[in-house]
Write a protein that binds this ligand. Structure first.
Ligand code: PLP
Length: 453
C-alpha cells in the first residue's frame, strides 16, 4: 500500500542529502521495480534511469545472475571475519581480479563498505605507511575545492564542496584544499595551457609553503563528479602527479565514479589521464550498486612497507567488520564478469561520444551555458547569461525545474543546484540516446517557459 509506505517513510526514514522542506511538501517517490535502463514507481510510471541509481548501476538494473550469485553466497556462507589469516573465496578471487584489471603496479586490495569509507581508510593506510618509513610528520592531504570524496568526517573534510560542510566541522589540521580544475570557469582571457600552468604552480607553491615533509598525499577525482563534472585542462593530472612524485607525495586517484567503465575503461587513471597513481579508490560501479562495497588498490611499493612484520605494536589496526564481505564480493565478481562478457567498456567508447554530441545539440536553449564531461559522465550547466556565465538566482531552482520536467516525460536526471547531471547505466545504446535527447529538448523548453512565467 503506497500510502501506508509513504507515511512510514515520512515518519521514520531520515533521507540522506535531503531538503526536508521540499521533501515533506512533495512526499516521496517510491521506486518499486527496475529492469535494464528503467525504474518503475509505485504508480506504475516507468522512467529511463539517467543517473544509474547514483552513478553506480553500471551494468543496468535487474540482473538476475548478480542476484543469484549473492543468494548462493549468502546461503552458503553469508559472513565471517577476514582478520589475520581468515579469508573467504569471493574476497580473494575479487582481489586477484582487481589486481589483473588495474594498472600493473597496483596489486593489493583493502576492502571497505563504500566510497567514503574507502577514502577514509586510505588516509589511515597512508599515515601508517609514512609512520613505518620513519616519516611521521607526513600527514597532510591535499585535496581540491569542489571535490567530492564522501561524507564520513574525514572524507567530508577531503570534500571541497562548501555547502556540504556548512553545518559541520572539518579536520583542517589534516586537509588543505587547492583550487578546483574547471576549464569552463577558468579566469577570463586565460588559455587552457596557461590555466594548467597556474594550477601546477599553485601546487608547487603550496608544497613550498607547507613543506613536503608535512604532506602525505594528493587526492583527486579524474573528473570531479558531484562538484559538477568539472573538466581539468589537458595534461593537468599527469603534471600534478609529476610534482607530487618529485616531493615524495603520494598520488591518490578517487575513481569511485570514473572506475568500472564510465569513461570507457575499467580505470581512467592510466587509460584516459596518463597517470600511474600510487593508490586508486573504487566503489559504486565495482558492484554496480547491487551490494555496498568499496576498495583501496595499493601499489606494490606501499604494500611492501605495510606488510613487513613490525613486531609488537606494529599491527595494521584499521579495517571494518565487513572488510571483504563475501556477498558484496560475490556481487562484484559477477558484475565484472558481465562488464567483460558484454563488452560494456567498448559500448561506452562507442555510444559515449554520440551521447556527448547529441546533448550538445541542446546548446541553443536559453539557460544552457555549458555541456561538458566525457562518455557516460556528463553535465549541463545552466546560467542566466551565456557570455558572462553569470548564474540564475538560487531561488530559481533551475536544475530542479529541468529535472522535474524531464521526469514528467519519463526520464530521471540529477539536479545539483544549477546543474543537471547525466550519468546513465553503461548499457544505453544510440536509440536510447535519441529518446533521451528528445525528452531533454522538451524538458528545457518547458523549464525555460516556467522560469519566464
Ligand atoms: N568519491 C567520489 C568521487 C564519489 O562521487 C562518492 C559518492 O558519490 C564518494 C567518494 C563517496 O562514496 P559513498 O557514497 O559510497 O560513501
Amino acid at each position: 500500500d503506497p500510502q501506508d509506505l509513504w507515511r512510514k517513510d515520512k515518519d521514520h526514514f531520515i533521507h540522506p542529502f535531503t531538503d526536508f522542506s521540499v521533501f515533506h511538501d512533495q512526499g516521496c517517490d517510491l521506486i518499486t521495480d527496475s529492469e535494464g535502463i528503467y525504474v518503475t514507481d509505485s504508480h506504475g510510471n516507468r522512467f529511463i534511469d539517467g543517473i544509474a541509481g547514483l552513478w553506480c548501476v553500471n551494468v543496468g538494473h535487474g540482473r538476475a545472475e548478480i542476484g543469484a550469485a549473492m543468494a548462493e553466497q549468502a546461503t552458503r556462507m553469508a559472513y565471517f571475519s577476514t582478520f589475520n589469516n581468515l579469508s573467504n573465496a569471493p574476497a580473494a578471487e575479487l582481489a586477484a581480479k582487481l589486481a589483473e584489471l588495474a594498472p600493473a603496479h597496483l596489486n593489493h586490495v583493502f576492502y571497505s563498505c563504500g566510497g567514503s569509507a574507502a577514502n577514509d581508510a586510505t588516509v589511515r593506510l597512508v599515515h601508517y605507511y609514512f609512520n613505518r618509513l620513519g616519516k611521521p610528520t607526513k600527514k597532510r592531504i591535499l585535496s581540491r575545492k569542489n571535490a567530492y570524496h564522501g561524507t564520513t568526517y574525514l572524507a567530508a573534510s577531503l570534500t571541497g564542496i562548501e555547502s556540504n560542510n556548512w553545518d559541520f566541522d572539518t579536520l583542517d589540521h589534516l586537509v588543505t584544499h587547492l583550487s578546483e580544475a574547471n576549464c569552463y570557469r577558468r579566469p577570463e582571457g586565460v588559455s587552457e595551457a596557461e590555466y594548467c600552468d597556474r594550477l601546477v604552480e599553485e601546487l608547487e607553491e603550496t608544497i613550498g609553503r607547507l613543506g613536503a615533509d608535512n604532506i602525505a598525499a594528493f587526492i583527486a577525482e579524474p573528473i570531479m563528479g558531484a562538484g559538477g563534472v568539472l573538466m581539468a585542462p589537458k595534461g593537468y593530472h599527469a603534471r600534478m602527479q609529476a610534482v607530487c612524485r618529485a616531493h615524495d607525495i603520494l598520488y591518490i586517484a578517487d575513481e569511485v565514479v570514473t572506475g568500472f567503465g564510465r569513461l570507457g575503461h575499467f580505470f581512467a587513471s592510466d587509460a584516459v589521464f596518463d597517470t600511474q597513481p600510487d593508490i586508486i579508490n573504487v566503489a559504486k560501479g565495482l558492484s554496480s550498486g547491487y551490494a555496498p562495497l568499496g576498495a583501496t588498490l595499493l601499489s606494490d611499493e606501499l604494500y611492501e612497507v605495510l606488510s613487513t612484520p613490525q613486531g609488537p605494536g606494529g599491527v595494521l589496526s584499521t579495517g571494518f567488520t565487513y572488510s571483504g564481505h563475501p556477498v558484496s564480493c560475490a556481487a562484484a565478481l559477477k558484475n565484472i564478469e558481465i562488464i567483460e562478457r558484454e563488452a560494456i567498456c567498448a559500448n561506452v567508447r562507442e555510444v559515449g561520444p554520440y551521447l556527448e554530441s547529441q546533448l550538445k545539440t541542446l546548446a541553443h536553449h536559453a539557460t544552457i551555458g555549458d555541456i561538458r564531461g566525457s562518455h557516460f559522465m556528463l553535465c549541463i550547466e545552466n546560467v542566466a547569461d551565456k557570455t558572462t556565465r553569470e548564474l540564475l538566482p538560487v531561488e530559481a531552482r533551475v536544475g530542479d525545474r529541468v529535472a522535474f520536467e524531464a521526469q514528467q516525460r519519463g526520464l530521471i536526471i540529477r539536479p545539483v543546484g544549477h546543474l543537471n547531471i547525466v550519468s546513465p547505466p553503461l548499457i544505453w545504446d544510440r536509440a536510447v540516446v535519441d529518446r533521451v535527447v528528445a525528452i531533454l529538448d522538451r524538458a528545457f523548453t518547458a523549464a525555460t517557459a516556467s522560469l519566464e512565467a
